[in-house]
Design a protein. Structure first.
Length: 206
């Protein structure tokens, strides 16, 4: 079992990484492999709604989004981390996830997903909510913790003093590992994935 840890901070080993690392350590303690991908240090093109990914499963912008898509089936779970900017996730991670989930959303079904956010003071719950919407629209199993998945601090040293925040991360890792083990046990026991109805798109202008 493997979890992709997506770091959406402009700084690779920042407050966001500190939170992600705490979750990853709990996962690895439970025998879950983790893989980190850093997407916050370069401009990321947003989706231009060209529709050319349909049937191809690849984006016309050939960057790390396509790299992740090539290995998407190897991941049983996705953990996304972001700093909080103006009560939302970083622009880079939002653009990245818009394209990743638009191209690969149908392959996300049944995987587990979790988000963590890092802020100095406020806006964490709004950013956390924004990230969770990627998971809920794709029939993923969203993992919670003992509190909203957030840490506080202006630097990694501050985050390491946020005892409640770090405990929330560890609990998230334990819950994520438990969900992944249950998923694996279900597959091995022959429990079939849900059969979904054909999608209905309601027109609100009729």
């Amino acid at each position: 079992m493997k979890v992709l840890c997506l770091n959406g901070s402009p700084r690779e080993h920042s407050c966001t990484y500190t939170a992600l690392r705490e979750v990853a350590d709990a996962l690895e303690k439970n025998g879950i492999e983790t893989e980190f991908a850093w997407v916050g240090n370069q401009p990321v093109a947003g989706c231009i709604a060209c529709g050319k990914c349909a049937g191809k499963g690849r984006c016309i912008f050939d960057d790390k989004v396509n790299e992740i898509l090539e290995h998407l089936d190897e991941y049983d779970g996705i953990l996304v981390g972001s700093p909080v900017y103006y009560a939302g996730p970083s622009g880079q991670v939002q653009a990245f996830l818009d394209r990743l989930f638009y191209c690969g959303g149908s392959r996300m079904k049944g995987k587990v997903g979790a988000a963590v956010v890092s802020c100095r003071r406020g806006g964490a719950s709004a950013a956390f909510d924004r990230l969770n919407k990627y998971f809920t629209i794709c029939s993923m199993n969203v993992i919670g913790s003992q509190y909203w998945n957030q840490v506080h601090g202006s630097c990694p040293e501050d985050v390491k003093k946020d005892e409640e925040g770090l405990q929330t991360m560890r609990t998230l890792g334990e819950n994520m590992a438990w969900a992944l083990k249950n998923r694996k046990a279900g597959i091995e026991a022959g429990i079939e994935a849900p059969e979904y109805e054909a999608k209905i798109h309601t027109s609100f202008i009729r």
